[in-house]
Design a binder for this molecule. Structure first.
Ligand SMILES: [Zn+2]
Length: 431
């Protein structure tokens, strides 16, 4: 009955029925990387089980519970979801419990739908009423700070020894986000950025500032709530800026980005990145390769299902249509990027991580990847890797801010990257 109390206060999304077979299809197509979840997720005639690491069934979703459980996963905090997971376990909801949950979720869904309808009816611009989150990948905007996260390229220009190429990915993503924000707002959308300025993290301060001023209070409070042990605390406190980034801050900040985005309740999220040729490390020279690709959630392996919160992210992707919507948005994105930038769409053999860690979707260039952001963000999303920065031509083009657009002086390529995401967004919303 405590479950019902949780449901009273929070708005919900659509309640829709799905068969176990439809969920199984989603599992096979997007979620089960190299069959590694075969013993962790069981599909029976009218029920799905999550199995723990000891081989014991610990959670069940019956076919008639799918509308309620999926709405719960889309609309409730991870903390509430963990409560549901532990309280329900493998028990089946009684008819009375289910009817009561359905009624309340349905009422709340209708109320939310009404608010959405009012939001969308306000103006005649194509994206009026839509809420869009943009995540400019990484945080540094200069070579010195970017050495911590290793997201820069620095080499002598091919064919012109006097020119030095210096590119910082966190700067390119932030420029793209600013232009894309202006483009989307022009079409009426409400746009949010996961970090508010160049060279800042999701905590809206630069990394070195966070390391110097906020590291200790953050670790203190994590220790207090038993999120980290004394030993971990002492170890983290002893690490220098670079080591602390890799051992702690990188993942901690990504979770903070996702949490921030989720509180904004976006209709869709665009995660902006610029790729490199992985075989060209340490990127001290140009590469001849250049591909465009997009990632969505999925591609779990067994070890990804250790923690309860990850089981819940997995269940959300399994039971809701978010992953199908993300695939649709990503298909539009990869086509637009390829057309506007004249870049080949990546196939699985074009990079090792695509073969080893990705699942190819039905269209070339779209791959499931179980990254922190593709897993945690609770909205349809595209994680775009528009081009290879270290490519011979791209590196020279990106090195010069030769183009003025929406009041920003940027490399022309950045304008076309932003334009591609805009086109994909309009197509996704059928505008
Ligand atoms: Zn990146």
């Amino acid at each position: 009955m405590r479950l019902i109390v949780f449901l009273l206060f929070i708005a919900t999304g659509h309640l829709f029925s799905q068969s176990i077979a439809e969920c199984k299809e989603r599992f096979d197509k997007y979620l089960n990387l190299k069959n590694s979840l075969n013993s962790s997720v069981l599909f029976e005639k009218n029920v799905i089980y999550i199995v723990n690491s000891n081989g014991k069934k610990e959670f069940s979703v019956y076919e008639n519970e799918i509308p309620v459980v999926s709405a719960y996963l889309e609309n409730f905090s991870v903390k509430d979801q963990i409560n549901l997971y532990n309280l329900k376990g493998t028990k089946k909801f009684s008819r009375q419990q289910l009817d009561s949950l359905k009624y309340q979720l349905d009422t709340l869904t209708k109320r939310k739908d009404e608010i959405t309808k009012q939001r969308l009816a306000k103006s005649n611009k194509p994206l009026t009423g839509y809420r869009i989150a943009l995540d400019p990948g990484h945080f540094s905007s200069n070579i010195i700070d970017s050495k911590v996260e290793g997201k820069f390229i620095n080499f002598v220009s091919y064919g012109n020894e006097k020119d030095t190429i210096k590119l910082v990915e966190g700067q390119l993503t932030f420029l793209t986000a600013q232009i894309l924000k202006a483009m989307l707002e022009e079409q009426g959308a409400k746009v949010f950025l996961s970090r508010n300025a160049q060279n800042t993290t999701a905590f809206n301060v630069p990394y070195y500032y966070w390391y110097n001023k906020r590291r200790k209070p953050t670790l203190d409070s994590l220790k207090q709530i038993n999120e980290i042990t004394n030993e971990q605390y002492n170890n983290y406190m002893s690490l220098n800026k670079e080591m602390f980034f890799w051992r702690f801050f990188r993942d901690y900040e990504l979770v903070a980005r996702a949490t921030k985005i989720n509180t904004l309740d976006p209709d869709l999220t665009i995660i902006l990145h610029f790729n490199v040729d992985e075989k060209n490390a340490p990127w001290a020279k140009a590469s001849t390769k250049n591909f465009t690709m997009c990632f969505i959630g999925g591609a779990f392996v067994r070890s990804d299902l250790k923690k309860t919160n990850n089981k819940l992210h997995f269940l959300r992707l399994l039971l809701t249509k978010q992953i199908n919507k993300s695939e649709n948005l990503s298909q539009h994105t990869v086509r637009s990027l390829s057309k506007n930038l004249n870049i080949t769409i990546a196939k699985p053999n074009d990079a090792d991580y695509l073969c080893e860690k990705g699942i190819k979707c039905s269209q070339d260039g779209v791959f499931c990847r179980n990254l922190i952001l593709t897993r945690y963000i609770n909205s349809p999303l595209v994680y775009g890797e528009s081009l290879y920065q270290d490519n011979i031509y791209e590196s020279a083009w990106l090195n010069s801010c030769n183009y003025v657009t929406y009041g920003y002086k940027v490399p022309e390529r950045i304008h076309y990257v932003a334009k591609s995401y805009l086109e994909a967004t309009l197509k996704y919303f059928n505008k």
